[in-house]
Design a protein around this ligand. Sequence first.
Ligand code: ADP
Length: 548
Amino acid sequence: MSWKEEVQKVADEFIYTNEDVNKGVKEFLREMDEGLSHSGSTLSQIPTYVTSVPNGTEKGLYLAVDLGGTNFRVCSIQLRGNTTFSLTQSKVAIPRELMVAKTSKELFSFLAKQIEVFLKTHHNDHFQAVVRRRRTMSISEGFREEEIFQLGFTFSFPVQQHGINRGTLIRWTKGFDIADAVGKDVCVLLQDEIDELHLPVRVAALVNDTVGTLMARSYTSPGKTGTLLGAIFGTGTNGAYVEKLKNITKLPAASGANYDDSTGEMIVNTEWGSFDNGLRVLPNTSYDEALDKESVNPGIQMFEKRVSGMFLGEILRRAMLALVKDPKVMLFKDEDSSSNDIHSTTNIAPDSPLFTQWGLDTSFLSIVAGDTSYGLKVIKQTLDKELGISAASTEDAEAVKVLAAAIGKRAARLSAVPIAGIVHKSGRLGKTSASASHAASKVKEHVQNLEVGEAAKTAAEGVQASAAPVVDLPPTGGVGNDEDDVVDIGVDGSLVEYYPGFEDYLREALREIPEIGAKGEKKIRIGIAKDGSGVGAALIALVAGPLT
Ligand code: ADP
């Protein structure tokens, strides 16, 4: 076998065939149904209590906050009712000591304080007018309904959701650890502190970022039926989609929550990162196996570990290292050396991140896949800069490109599996779903316009305004854009946004699935939907309505 063939042999381990894709879709459909019927299944299929999607005509001023990790973001969103919006936002780092505070009150009173500062900075006219009016009343009298800002709360930690603005914290992650918050309703914790400051704000919705993505896309890119699916391919991967209420058979048992069931639909958060944790159908190379074994959560998030940004760099690092150590290949060999030590026979610096777990970021795959320069100069430079690998040969650079392309292509083809499963199950490819149109138009009835003067437009410092942030990715082969027929999907995340050809590979796999086929694939419109935790959260607060 030639040197090139040895490299290709490793790359070929990442081939995800037509047959594999189809097996994957079958299993995904099975797990979807299982998750809809009972809890504790591989796919969580979490009901979100959001029962309609926007159609672009929604209007009003809403607040959204996002607690997801290192920062707390507060924003107000003016929905203009014509698929566009403006957004005003501020961001503050969460002090380290509050992440591990003794009581949840310390953290949540800090968050409420930030909301007060935001209102005073960006919506002071409205804020002062409400406060002045209330001074003339007895303290027991509340705010008028029209004075209250509805707020969507994006909270990116595991919660058990019981209603559109009800959810108890299961556990903290990402460095947070405040024991008394676990098991409590995070919306209540925030509302209590807001009330203590007498702010005219109601926590109207607890928001998952995939649901926010779906809602943001449906508002900014409305079609006859509204968006079907919001999907994230970033650090992790997940999707939320519109399901028929009658299919969510576990719902009555799991909740005593009130929700508007008149649309006959509800958005379900699949948590598809854990698809096929049992490895019935997912590909499993020795590199996947080692990555999983040495991860903090072996056997969990198995789909995510083959698809998302957090892991693809690490898979490539392991494959490259294997080729460095393979005596038949000796990737990055120093041609002048005759030593047997890996560090002196290669051009790799001894402290190279290539030797460290998580040492290679997934953005490296995008750079490599996108290099079409003569002699693969960009790859060589990046190897030098990112990995301390000097003087890589053109053959070395080609080998890296072959490996990276194989791993990226497999991730994109795997991503077609949940998308195909959801599109097929929705039945929207065959016809324009009557109930879906109903769900979209239903939102019109919820439209409310909170008049607060020109506050949102008088943007001060720290402000970012945006128009409709919709970018339709260029479709492969052209979408048959008969609007009636379009099945719309909103996506977000650096991987789908920046990895060259991600959508092309995904679409290629979709065409290989008989239930979708070339005709069905053309009807699927995929577009970037940014700002799920801003405009998406606002839209969920809107559909939650003022009285939940
Ligand atoms: P998040 O999902 O955390 O909200 P992103 O969508 O930006 O944020 O995703 C971050 C992930 O995407 C990281 O795992 C990072 O390695 C990966 N990433 C960042 N830039 C790129 C890129 N240009 N191409 C592919 N992956 C990228």
